[in-house]
Design a binder for this molecule. Structure first.
Ligand SMILES: Cc1ncc(COP(=O)(O)O)c(C=O)c1O
Length: 376
């Protein structure tokens, strides 16, 4: 059997990682400014993570959600306290798409409504409703195209108000910093206005923090820069530092009904251990403060250098978009093959920088040098 060929692949076989560095099978070292799609939060192979995962695997890897799992309870308490949502409840699943799927399902159960409002250029995953609220017709199959969704412009409150006043919208789903959409940021004025309109119309406000959350923006959640509290918050990616995991944080007004939501693998013992190890390291190494500090340095430095081809530098913390005045393809290629540095991308012209949150000032400086080498 061959692999189903859906990924355009770089011909590099990564076999080892440490902190913000990875190595291929020929021993070449790469600086990782992408964290494997923003997944690596505390750094590759962090010793505390490896130790906790190994010990857990030696005790118990998995048992089902039909028995009490103390690790889930511990994670709920720890996460609630760390992110400032002690009064919310936690539901654990396996991926970002699944988190959004469950969030919108819960919003629909809660309101009895079917319509969803989403941002233009949004990306929320590839499963049925998650892909329908993703603004990319190329990945929406006919079976997913069920007319539930209207896409509206970012920061245009009037357009959102017009739809919300109809009184039939179940939820609005928002990435406060759009990832795949090109590091576009929602303003505090828009988000506070949207919160008010959702309250007035009985609509659920969902923040998708799958890429921009978990410390990446320099606060635990990106929406915490904007002065609002959503009703539902979805997370994945950084929560498990590579262990597949997603979560839904649920405000107190939502009723928990036996059997309404569920999953076989979600919240298993290994996943919870990964998430607890991640929280330990985020706290002990002050990684959120680090993301704010190093991210600020990168944004200021790259903007200030007036490098050729750089049109705009956008972002917060360690979620940065470098928009070029021409396609990124050749520059990203040279960063990888000449400078040995992984970066991400978005659209045709934007380099997307999403390193582990432990990126040091020295490593950030090294990246700036590599960027200069390919742009000048
Ligand atoms: C903002 C956002 N939401 C949802 C998803 C989907 O997550 P997953 O690939 O884990 O299903 C992604 C993945 O890139 C994302 O960036």
């Amino acid at each position: 059997m061959e692999l189903f060929d859906v990924y355009p692949l770089f011909p590099i076989n990564i076999v080892k990682g440490k902190g913000c560095h990875v190595w291929d099978d020929k021993g070449t070292e790469y600086l990782d400014l992408y964290g494997g799609h923003a997944v690596i939060s505390i750094g590759h192979c962090h010793p505390h993570y490896v130790e906790m995962m190994t010990a857990q695997l030696n005790r118990l890897g998995f048992y089902s959600n039909s028995v009490k799992n103390c690790l889930q309870v511990e994670l709920a308490h720890r996460l609630g306290h760390t992110c400032g949502y002690d009064d919310y409840a936690l539901f654990l699943i396996n991926s970002g798409a699944e988190a959004n799927e469950n969030a919108m399902k819960l919003a629909s159960f809660h309101t009895g409504r079917k319509r969803v409002l989403s941002l233009q250029k949004a990306f929320h995953g590839r499963t049925s409703l998650a892909v329908e609220v993703t603004d990319n017709p190329k990945i929406v199959a006919p079976v997913n195209d069920s007319n539930h969704v209207v896409f509206l412009p970012i920061n245009d409150l009037e357009a959102w108000e017009k739809e919300l006043r109809k009184g039939d919208v179940a939820c609005c789903i928002i990435e406060c910093i759009q990832g795949v959409g090109g590091i576009r940021m929602v303003t505090p004025e828009f988000m506070q206005g949207l919160r008010r309109l959702c309250d007035e119309s009985g609509t659920v406000l969902i923040c998708d923090e799958i890429q921009c959350g978990y410390g990446r923006s320099g606060k635990f959640f990106a929406h915490q820069h904007l002065g609002i509290r959503p009703d539902l918050i979805t997370v994945a990616k950084g929560i498990g530092n590579g262990f597949p995991m997603g979560a839904l944080l649920i405000a107190p007004q939502f009723e928990a009904v036996y059997g309404r939501l569920g999953t076989t693998f979600g919240g298993n013992h290994l996943a919870c251990t990964a998430a607890l190890a991640v929280l330990d390291v985020i706290e002990s190494e002050k990684l959120i403060e680090n993301a704010a500090r190093v991210g600020d340095y990168l944004i200021q430095t790259i903007s200030g250098l007036n490098l050729p081809h750089v049109k705009e530098v956008r972002g917060r913390g360690l979620m940065i978009g470098i928009e070029l005045d021409e396609p990124y393809k050749e520059y990203r290629h040279r960063l990888l093959f000449d400078e040995h540095c992984f970066t991400g991308c978005s659209g045709t012209n934007t380099l997307r920088i999403l390193p582990p949150l432990c990126l040091s000032m020295e490593e950030a400086g090294l990246f700036v040098e590599k960027l200069k080498n390919v742009l000048i």
